[in-house]
Write a protein that binds this ligand. Sequence first.
Ligand code: FAD
Ligand code: SF4
Ligand code: SF4
Length: 482
Amino acid sequence: MAERMLQFVRLSQAQPEKRDVAARRADFGEIYHYEQFDAGGATQQASRCSQCGVPFCSVHCPLNNNIPDWLKLTTEGRLEEAYEVSSATNTFPEICGRICPQDRLCEGNCVIEKGFESVTIGAVERYITDTAWERGWVKPPRPRSELAQSVGIIGAGPAGLAAAERLRLRGYQVHVYDRYDRVGGLMIYGIPNFKLEKAVVLRRWQQFEAAGIHFHLNSAIGRDVSLAELRERHDAVFIATGVYKARDIDCLGSNLSGIVPALSYLTASNRSNLGDAVPDFASGALDAKGKRVVVVGGGDTAMDCVRTAVRQGATAVTCLYRRDKANMPGSMREVKNAEEEGVEFAWLAAPEAFLGETAVTGLRATRMHLGLPDATGRQQVAPIPGSAFTIPCDLAIKALGFDPEDLPHAFDEPGLPVTRWGTLKVHHRTMMTELPGVFAGGDIVRGASLVVWAIRDGRDAADQIDAYVRAKAGGKLAVAAE
Ligand code: FAD
Ligand code: SF4
Ligand code: SF4
C-alpha cells in the first residue's frame, strides 16, 4: 500500500476550513468546519506523508507519537487500528490534535515542509479520535485485575488525568483530588470553547468514572485534607496542581476597578458557557459586553482573552504587547485568528498607568524599541522617551503569565523543595520529590507549559510510581479482595 503514500508531490496541504468570521464572532463554537475535513479530506491529507525512516515529526512530538504509522493506517481506511496506535501513546489525542501548537512541534519538524508544506498531523489526529468516539471504539481504561494498592493524585488537569488513566489500567485504586467542581484543570476552566469545546473534555471525565477512578471534587489539598493525610491514605501521591498565581502589573492606577486577571476573566466565561451561575459575570464585572477592552500580554492566554472579549460583544478590543509580532510568545496561528476576528494589536508598547477616578477609563502606554540581545539571546526592550499614548478602556485584562503558588507553605510541608522559580523540584529521572513516595509533574514542575507536556509527565510519573510501589512491596503487589 506504500504507493498510496508520498502524495505530497501532487496534493497540496489543506487544514480544516475555518468558519466565516462573522459566525465565529457570534458564538463560542470551535472555529473549524471539521465535518468537511472529515469527509475525505483527512484520508487524503494523511497520504501526503513520505513515511520517513527517521520521523522528525515523532521526535519533536513530546509524546513521541507513532505518527507515520497512524497516517498510513488512516490512508488505508483502517481507522480503528489508527486509533489503537494513536491512543497507545496519548491519553487525549483529540485534544492535542485541536490545541497543540503543531507549528512548533510535530508539523514544524515534518521533513516535507520545505517547498511543499508539512503534513496536517494535528488535524488527522483529531479526526481519528473523534471518529473513534462516534463509532464507540473509545473504552474506559479498565484493568484486567484489581490491586490493593492505591495512589492519590492532586489535580485533575491533563497531568493528573494522564497518570490516573495509566495507573488504573495497571489495576491501582486511583483517587483524584481537585479543588474545582469539574474535572479537566485548565482544559475546562482556562482554555476557551472556541479552541476546545467542553463536551470533548467532559466525555473523557465520564469514561474515567466508568473505569472506576474515584474523583474527590471540591477538595483542596492543604485546606480540606492535608498532604500528610494523603500520604497516610495512599501508597504514593502525585502532585499535579498546575500554576495559577497571576503575574501583576506594577504601575499607577492598578487598584482601580475594571482591571482583572486573565484567568478570573476566562474562568467566568467558561463557567457561564457551561451554565453555571457566576455572580461576577452576571454583574458585568467579568463580562466584556459593550465595553472597550485592553488586554496586556502577548502569550496564548492573552489571545484567548481578546478572542473571548470579541465574542462577548466588546465594542473595541486591543492587545498591548511590549515586543513586536515576531517576538510574541503566543502561537502565530492564534494571533492570526485574533487578527481575523477584528482584534487590534498595539505592538512594542508597555503600560505606564491606568487612568480613571474609581473605575478604569483608559490605559496610558509608552512605545518601546527593541535593543541588543541579552545573555539568553532575546532582544531587550526599552521605552522611547516622550512616546506616551492613551487607549480608552472600560475593562483591562492582565495576561502576563503565571507563577506557582507557594506549595510547601500551602501543603504545610517545608520538606518539599522548590526551584528559584517556585516550581517543585523533582529527581529528573524518578520524578520523585524529596518526600518518599511523593511525585510531581506538569506545570507545577515545568512552569506554565502545554497540555501535551503535562500528558507526557503524567504518563511518565505513572510508570515511576508503579516501579516505586512495586519495589516497596518487594516486587509483588497484593490483589484486591473482590
Ligand atoms: P492544570 O491543567 O492547571 O490542572 C491543575 C489542577 O490542579 C486544577 O484542576 C486545579 O484545580 C488543581 N489544584 C490546584 N491546586 C490544588 C489543591 N491544592 N488541591 C486540589 N486541587 C488543586 N496548552 C496547550 O497545549 N494549548 C493551548 O492552546 C493552551 N491554551 C491555554 C490557555 C490558557 C488561558 C491557559 C491558562 C493555559 C493554556 N495552555 C495551553 C496550557 C495548559 O493548559 C497547561 O500547560 C496544562 O493544563 C497544565 O496541566 P497540569 O495538569 O499541569 O495543570
Ligand atoms: Fe503533534 Fe501534539 Fe499530536 Fe504530538 S500530540 S503529534 S505534537 S498534535
Ligand atoms: Fe510523514 Fe512528515 Fe513525519 Fe516524515 S516527518 S513521517 S513526512 S509526517
